[in-house]
Design a protein around this ligand. Structure first.
Ligand code: NAD
Length: 433
C-alpha cells in the first residue's frame, strides 16, 4: 500500500518505519526540514530502542522516504496517517490546531479517494469535526473516509509496542475504510477492535487515565508505607498477584510525566466537563501526581529548612528511561521549585533532549554521573536509568559534601545503602534522613 504519515515525531516516525518494515511504501512528511534531512541520512532524531537499525534498514530497502513536500505526498498516497502534536492548552482543552492545519492541507491537495487515519490523540468528536471541515473546504464526500486509530506505544519500547501491541483500535464509519485498515494490519499478530469513531477516541483517553490513576494510587500507598514502616515493593507485589489487578503499573515513585499521561488525563476531565460528567477520580489522580513529583523538594525542605546555596544533584532529566523526551518530566518541576528556593543545581542525564538547556540555561550540566556528585548536598534520582541503579555508593560518598540520596525511582539496593551508611529517602521503602 502507498502510505503517507504526516508528522515525523515519536509516533509518526515509529508508525512510518513499522509500516515500511511490513512491506508498504511509506512517505513520511514533516515541516521541520532539519528532521527530514537527518532522517533521510539515517540519523535518528529521537532516542529509541532499535530505531537506528530499523531506519537504515528501511532506507536501504527504499521502503521509506522523508520529505517536506506534503502536497505531492498526499496525491501519491492511498492512506494518509496524521501523527501531529495535540498539546494541552492552559485551560486543559486539547489544542488540535496542528490537525486542523493538516486537514486544510489535505483539502487543498486531494486528487482522488483517500483514507485519512488519525493517529494523534484527539478529543471525542474530532472525527466528526474533521469530516465537516473537509466538506466545508469543498472536498466531495465520496473523496475520503476518516478513520480513528489511536496509538498506544510506550516511548522507550515504541517499535516493539507498535509491532506487538495489546490491541489495535479502529474507529470507522465506512465498510470500505474498514476493509483497507483490516488489510493494512493483517500482518500484525494483534487483536483488532473495530468500533465507532467516538469510542475509539475515548478508548485512548480512558486507557491513559486508568494507568495514570493506577500510578497515583500506588504512590499514595507508598507514602503511607514510609510512615508505617511497610515496604511498598512487597505491598505492590502482593496486590499485583491478584489477577484482577495485575502487577503492571504498580511501581511507586515521584510520579508520571511525558507527553501523554499529564495532558490526556486533563483532556478527559475537560471532555467530561463538556458532557456534564464530573471525573472525580481522574481529577484526584492528577492532583496526587502534581504533589508527588514535588516530593523531593518537600523532603529537602524538611531536612534543611533553607535550601539557599545548597548544591543539589539531579540524576535524570527525561521522564523515564529509554527515551530522550523531557516533556512534563518530574525533574523539570523539581528543578523549577529548587531554583526558586535558591539552590545550585547540577544535572546529569546522558540522553536528555538538548531543549532542556533552553528551559534551564542557568544550571550546571555535567558530562559524567560522578562529576555531578562533587560538592553536592543531596542527589535526587528522578529517572529510572540503569546507570543510576548500579552507582558505586562508596565513590558517591567520597564525592558528595553530604552523602544524601532521594531515590525517586526506588532504584538502589537497600542493603548497599545501609552498608554505606547513607542518608536515604525512598518512595515507600524507608526513610533514613
Ligand atoms: P511530536 O511533537 O514528537 O511530533 C509531531 C511532529 O509533527 C513534529 O515533528 C512536527 O514538526 C510535525 N508537524 C506538525 N504539524 C505538521 C504539518 N502541518 N505538516 C507536517 N508535519 C507537521 O508528537 P508525538 O509525541 O509524536 O505525538 C503525536 C500525537 O500522538 C499526539 O497526539 C500524542 O498525544 C499522540 N501519542 C503520543 C505518544 C508518545 O509516546 N509520544 C504515544 C501515543 C500517542
Amino acid at each position: 500500500m502507498n502510505i503517507c504519515v504526516i508528522g515525523a515525531g515519536y509516533v509518526g516516525l515509529i508508525t512510518s518505519l513499522c509500516f515500511a518494515k511490513q512491506g508498504n511504501r511509506v512517505i513520511c512528511v514533516d515541516k521541520d526540514i532539519e528532521k527530514v534531512d537527518k532522517l533521510n541520512k539515517g540519523i535518528p532524531t529521537i532516542f529509541e530502542e532499535n530505531l537506528e537499525e530499523l531506519l537504515n534498514e528501511c532506507l536501504t530497502s527504499k521502503t521509506i522516504f522523508f520529505t517536506k513536500d506534503i502536497h505531492q505526498t498526499i496525491r501519491d498516497s492511498d492512506v494518509i496517517f496524521i501523527a501531529v502534536g495535540t498539546p494541552e492548552m492552559d485551560n486543559w482543552d486539547v489544542d488540535i490546531s496542528q490537525v486542523t492545519e493538516v486537514i486544510n492541507q489535505i483539502s487543498y491537495s486531494i486528487n482522488d479517494y483517500k483514507i485519512i487515519v488519525n493517529k494523534s490523540t484527539v478529543p471525542v468528536g474530532t472525527q466528526k469535526y474533521v469530516k465537516e471541515l473537509l466538506i466545508r473546504n469543498g472536498v466531495s464526500k465520496d473523496k475520503f473516509d476518516i478513520v480513528s486509530n489511536p496509538e498506544f506505544l510506550r516511548e522507550g519500547k515504541a517499535i516493539y509496542d507498535f509491532l506487538n501491541g495489546d490491541r489495535i483500535v479502529i474507529g470507522y464509519d465506512s465498510e470500505k475504510a474498514k476493509m483497507v485498515m483490516e488489510k493494512l494490519y493483517s500482518t500484525f499478530n494483534t487483536k483488532v477492535v473495530f468500533t465507532q469513531p467516538e469510542a475509539a477516541e475515548l478508548i485512548k483517553y480512558a486507557s491513559n487515565a486508568f494507568l495514570a490513576t493506577k500510578i497515583s494510587f500506588i504512590n499514595e500507598i507508598a507514602n503511607l508505607c514510609n510512615k508505617v514502616g511497610a515496604n511498598i515493593e512487597t505491598v505492590a507485589y502482593a496486590i499485583g498477584l491478584d489477577k484482577r489487578i495485575s502487577p503492571e503499573f504498580l511501581k511507586a515513585g515521584i510520579g508520571y510525566g511525558g507527553s501523554c499521561f499529564p495532558k490526556d488525563t486533563k483532556a478527559l476531565v475537560k471532555i467530561g466537563e463538556k458532557n456534564e460528567c464530573d471525573f472525580k477520580i481522574v481529577n484526584s489522580a492528577i492532583k496526587v501526581n502534581e504533589e508527588q513529583r514535588l516530593l523531593p523538594v518537600k523532603v529537602l525542605l524538611d531536612k534543611y529548612k533553607s535550601l539557599k546555596g545548597k548544591v543539589i544533584t539531579i540524576l535524570g532529566l527525561t521522564f523515564k528511561a529509554g527515551t530522550n523526551d523531557i516533556r512534563e518530566s518530574p525533574s523539570l518541576f523539581i528543578i523549577e521549585e529548587l531554583l526558586k528556593q535558591g539552590t545550585i543545581i547540577k544535572a546529569y542525564d546522558s540522553e536528555a533532549s538538548p531543549e532542556i538547556k533552553q528551559i534551564f540555561p542557568n544550571i550546571i550540566y555535567c558530562h559524567s554521573l560522578y562529576d555531578s556528585l562533587i560538592d553536592s548536598h543531596c542527589a535526587v534520582i528522578c529517572t529510572d536509568w540503569e546507570e543510576f541503579s548500579t552507582i558505586d555508593l562508596s565513590m558517591l560518598k567520597k564525592k558528595m559534601k553530604n552523602p544524601m540520596i532521594i531515590d525517586g525511582r526506588n532504584l538502589l539496593d537497600l542493603e548497599e545503602v545501609k552498608k554505606n551508611n547513607l542518608q536515604y529517602y525512598s518512595v515507600g521503602r524507608g526513610n533514613w534522613i
